[in-house]
Design a protein around this ligand. Structure first.
Ligand code: SF4
Length: 359
């Protein structure tokens, strides 16, 4: 490809195969190539936004059609390389066991280790540089949750994964515990066959398992009801009707994925960085609630949880403490934050104390 002759279709297909190999070497478990035609998705996204199901995630409304038209986001883009990386942390405490234990707090398994954004973006940059060594300068941009990118539909078109009824991406060979990333490019690589449209059949396990009924119908997620949204994206007060349903979940929620039969095939993360740190796979909520802001920032250095900020962290943990069995220890812990300067924290603490008849 570096010689002066015009590349043939065979050259591009050979390059695609080699790029797939480099992607594997860089730790990407899944790899596929797609074109940029997302016209079938546009009306569905518009309807979802018009119904307000994105909650306070205003950023989803911005950028107009850039989200569904990759070449408007990065001019010249004609292909998207879609990649996935497994994150299930090996050697961590049982997720289901922790969820059932009211004296423990639950943090989504994807957030137990180091933040994936930077790690995956660096790997995608390495992949691009490796391609550059082969073909010379070319147009590209790497994305990991960092721009208006329709990552799941692109992954489906690239043959990598299909959206399940819970709306997460499922790869029948590796379950759903993986992150997605994209390399937008102007290279005319051959595209892959799309992944199959339906991997769920008659199963409804995730719909039945969702603690708040956020999967309102197959493939329909109401973010406003989703515990992941409430604990991670909502910057304000968590609706009181949802709080008792949150149980001990303090950051994210994996319930719909934990019951999914495809996760029998899930593989542990190969990345050391995704291993659970600081005993966060099954922590004591009173301990989490006792952290000062400095301790919160230190313990979550390099973690996706850090972006939540200390006050919203306390808000979430207060809800978990409100749902825990009443004990002097828990009531005492809650009282230490009754005068917290942030009204959101105070309001959730009062709610939790009322649950223990101790307000
Ligand atoms: S739990 Fe069942 S319905 Fe839900 S995503 Fe998995 S296979 Fe599909």
């Amino acid at each position: 490809m570096t010689n002066a002759t015009q590349p043939t279709p065979g050259d591009w297909s050979d390059l695609r195969a080699r790029i797939a190999g480099w992607a594997r070497e860089l730790g990407f478990g899944g790899f596929g190539v797609t074109d940029v035609d997302l016209s079938a998705i546009e009306p569905r996204l518009r309807a979802w936004l018009e119904e307000g199901r994105h909650g306070a995630m205003d950023w989803m409304e911005r950028h107009g059609t850039k989200r569904t038209r990759p070449a408007e986001l990065v001019p010249g883009t004609i292909r998207v390389l879609s990649v996935s990386m497994d994150y299930w942390p090996p050697d961590s405490e049982s997720a289901k066991g922790t969820l059932k234990d009211p004296d423990k707090a639950y943090i989504s398994r994807y957030a137990l280790g180091r933040d994936y954004h930077k790690l995956m973006r660096n790997r995608l940059q390495k992949l691009a540089r490796r391609i550059e060594d082969e073909v010379g300068p070319f147009g590209y941009r790497a994305f990991v949750d960092s721009a208006p990118v329709m990552e799941k539909p692109l992954a489906q078109k690239a043959g990598l994964a299909t959206q399940g009824k819970h709306t997460c991406a499922i790869d029948p060979e590796r379950g759903s515990y993986f992150f997605l990333g994209e390399l937008y490019t102007d290279l005319p690589l051959p595209v892959d066959e799309p992944a199959r449209e339906d991997v769920c059949g008659g199963c409804r396990a995730c719909i039945n398992a969702c603690p708040t009924g956020a999967i309102t119908a197959p493939y329909q997620l109401d973010a406003r009801l989703c515990i992941s949204y409430q604990t991670i994206e909502n910057p304000g007060s968590i609706p009181e009707s949802l709080r008792p349903l949150m149980g001990n979940r303090v950051y994210g929620c994996d319930d719909c994925q934990l019951v999914c039969p495809w996760n029998r095939y899930a593989t542990d993360a190969a990345e050391q960085d995704f291993r659970a740190r600081n005993g966060l796979d099954s922590p004591d909520p009173v301990w989490l609630f006792s952290w000062s802001e400095e301790e919160f920032l230190r313990r979550f250095e390099g973690s996706p949880v850090r972006r939540l900020g200390h006050a919203l962290w306390l808000r979430n943990v207060a809800v978990a403490l409100g749902n825990a069995p009443t004990s002097e220890r828990i009531v005492d812990a809650l009282r230490t934050r009754q005068d917290h300067p942030d009204p959101i924290v105070r309001e959730h603490v009062e709610w939790a104390l009322r649950r223990h008849h101790a307000a």
